[in-house]
Design a protein around this ligand. Sequence first.
Ligand code: ASP
Length: 418
Amino acid sequence: MQSQHKLTQHILIALLLGALCGLIINTNSLENDWIDRFITDGLLLVMGKWFIAFLMLLVVPLVFVSLVKGIASLTDIAKLGKISLWTVMLYISTTAIAVGTGLILAAIISPGEGLNLSIGAKEITTTPPNFVDMLISFVPNNPISAMAQGNMLQVIVFALLFGLGLSLTAAHKSTHNLINFFDELDAVILRMVTLVMHLAPIGVFALMTRSVASQGADVFIPLVSYFLTVVGALAIHAFITYPALLKTFTGLSPLVLFVKLKDMATFAFSTSSSAATIPVTLATTQRLGVSTQVSGFTIPLGATINMDGTAIMQGVATVFIANAYGISLLPADFAMIIITATLASIGTAAVPGAGLIMLTMVLTQVGLPIEGIALILGVDRLLDMMRTTVNVTGDVVVSVIVADKTEQLDREQYHRPH
Ligand code: ASP
């Protein structure tokens, strides 16, 4: 356990060092072209991409195997129904609360008011995604292609069906060998996660340096009010809403949860991807005493559909763009933003920058120009890091609540230091 503690320290140090080196590169790169060529877009690029690839290569096998293992070991199928019901209900309601928080804060601060739009708006050619197509695509035609493409929702649907089949046949026939096989495979993949975690300090350093190096301070100035509104709403959601929900539903201390979240938060922050963070998020829920039957389901699903941070950004961005174009929003528009931002965040892929693409759906729904997205592009990188951290925190909080409500939480483990 000592080594886990050391690793956390190393990752945090890497994060800070990365930010520092990024700042140095950012202020010197204009004079030193070779820094960009050999360091930022050379060595650091390779190290960062390798690290993300190592995490991503684990995601499909990990999600599939842990979900199948979890479902197959569930002897009481009614329990699966209870787990799914609690999970989906909490995921959707926390996201709606998140957008609401963003909108209230945006209404108070009014970011973007008085902004002269004709400056800076570039043409953006993105077609808004269609919601019906999104619903249809939940069920895969071909599970192998779903896995090959890393389509998490489709992998989850297939794994659920496979796990159910396995659990039902185990009652009558001898599929115990197969169940054992998945148990053993799960242990191997979790060991691989631990191995990859050891690369984290290097990976986090490379990713941090690159993202700080590419962000000039000047892009922030016209967007300060937008930036601060999003950050404020993210902070309220993470530090007030989540602890309040956890306390109300389970009576557990939120502080314990936050202390154990450190590693996961650094991963999410530096990778900007809920999907790449799945291996670490799963490990975190285990340390919090959530049974794998619950976390095997809630974490991959949450990484895919539960994005409270993204929904906050989408809500605030919509108000910002409306203000910037001088378009006033009616109460009905706000209701529409809550509904569409909740749906858009469900459809957002768990990869860097995806939330911005889905924002087109919200803007189209309330009749705002999609080109407005160009306005906020400059600060999106940093906001993406922060909102991804909130996204995965939400998954963990909901997992703990669901585990508690379905008697799948080891409360002693929750309070144990590691
Ligand atoms: N990067 C976010 C995530 O993976 C999605 C987004 O908001 O862009 O959770």
